[in-house]
Design a binder for this molecule. Structure first.
Ligand SMILES: [Cu+2]
Length: 133
């Protein structure tokens, strides 16, 4: 019989290491618009309902989704044009899939200052417990 206590430890981790609370808390990820006209990270994979905080790290920038679902700079409502102020905006991503975005000052839907956010289902963190999704 091989090490039954090791099996118990693995089982305990399977419960405790999965988050336990159901993983309802959205994680916050930061994407920085850089002075050199790039976004970092350029490609970001998040879980559904996570939040991305776009931060202007220097330069004249904004963020616009390829599909037009958001345009933000100082805010995502009235002050969406590229701005050199140290703005920060947060967006929650509820839709699964891959969404490209760009800075209207330095990019477009196919080139230049662009980034990609990949939204994957929470089932990949919560395991089989995806009730409510
Ligand atoms: Cu820019």
């Amino acid at each position: 019989m091989p090490f039954p206590s090791a099996r118990i430890a693995l089982f305990a981790c399977a419960l405790a290491c999965s988050g336990g609370s159901g993983g309802a808390l959205a994680a916050v990820h930061v994407v920085t618009a850089n002075p050199d006209m790039t976004f970092t990270p350029a490609t970001l994979t998040i879980h559904q309902y996570d939040i991305v905080r776009f931060v202007n790290g220097g330069g004249l920038h904004n963020v616009r989704a390829d599909d037009g679902s958001f345009v933000c700079a100082l805010d995502c409502n009235l002050h969406t044009a590229p701005s050199a102020q140290p703005w920060q905006v947060s967006r929650q991503f509820n839709r699964l899939g891959t969404l490209g975005y760009y800075c209207e000052q330095h990019g477009d839907t196919s080139s230049g200052m662009r980034g990609t956010i990949i939204v994957i289902d929470r089932v990949f963190v919560d395991g089989f417990d995806s009730a409510g999704d």
